[in-house]
Design a protein around this ligand. Sequence first.
Ligand SMILES: Nc1ncnc2c1ncn2[C@@H]1O[C@H](COP(=O)(O)OP(=O)(O)OP(=O)(O)O)[C@@H](O)[C@H]1O
Ligand SMILES: [Mg+2]
Length: 297
Amino acid sequence: MPDLDRDIQDTLASPSGASAQLPLDASAAAAVKLGRSIVVTSGKGGVGKTTTTANLGTALADAGRSVVVVDADVGLRNLDVVLGLENRVSKHLLDVIEEKCSLDEALVRDRVRRNLLLMPAAQNREKDDVPEEKMAQLVRQLQERFEFVLIDCPAGIEQGFRNAVVGAQEAIIVTTPEVSAVRDADRVIGLLPRAIELKLVVNRVRPAMVKKGTMMSVADVNAILRLDLLGVVPDEREIIIATNRGTPVIDIEGSETGAAFRRIARRMLGEEVPIPSFEDKRNFVTRVMSTLGLGRS
Ligand SMILES: Nc1ncnc2c1ncn2[C@@H]1O[C@H](COP(=O)(O)OP(=O)(O)OP(=O)(O)O)[C@@H](O)[C@H]1O
Ligand SMILES: [Mg+2]
């Protein structure tokens, strides 16, 4: 029912939410409760955005939520491989945006978790091919159908980043405890619209190195970024095994990383779950960063 859909969207887009704009079937509009749209972003490449998106999507689906993970990395496409769904992809996000197929034709349902779906990226197209307003519309449509819309952002701060961010209400900033990653995260935070709610995930932490003082601690990282800490994920070789198998690491028994992602998903659902601390008394990297003028005042 395209007309009703448009009416509902107009109503939802209305800043005042004025009842005068309700469609004829007001109860239908009232029934549309938008899901949460969350972009997973970092600035720097290879810090774990796709891994985080795949595992949080899977964990939220395990918690009974309806979830769609959106691969916004147009031109590269990775999320399907990490989820083991690459052989089932036939249409993609740009096909939907260009009205070559319906939303349902492009969405790929997970084999095990039937409440987890993937919106694949186009592999043979450019990031500039995606108009921002169309992307925002697509995310909105997905929010009408899913409780969680997790958007896997490409590296960088160019058009691909803008497309991934445009429909998001929340952002998970992923960084590793490295100076370059933290600096890029800081840059990205400055580029995000003020209305977006920000949370931080520090990935690939090695507690032994933190204790020795050879790696930034989570406290060091967050002394610079100053965000609400959503979780800390240790560095673990199981991830490579899981990725090669196309299995989320949360399914690998005994994986510390998997357990960390499950805890993060519970926090996203509002549960109070303690975050293990990796304290480093020396804080030397923080001092280096602030000497370079990279800390926030
Ligand atoms: N906690 C971790 N422990 C060990 N390896 C990890 C961890 N997190 C991610 N990796 C590995 O790091 C590599 C990059 O991860 P991923 O693809 O998720 O990063 P990305 O930020 O999405 O990269 P890109 O910017 O290229 O999209 C992958 O090989 C992944 O398996
Ligand atoms: Mg990626």
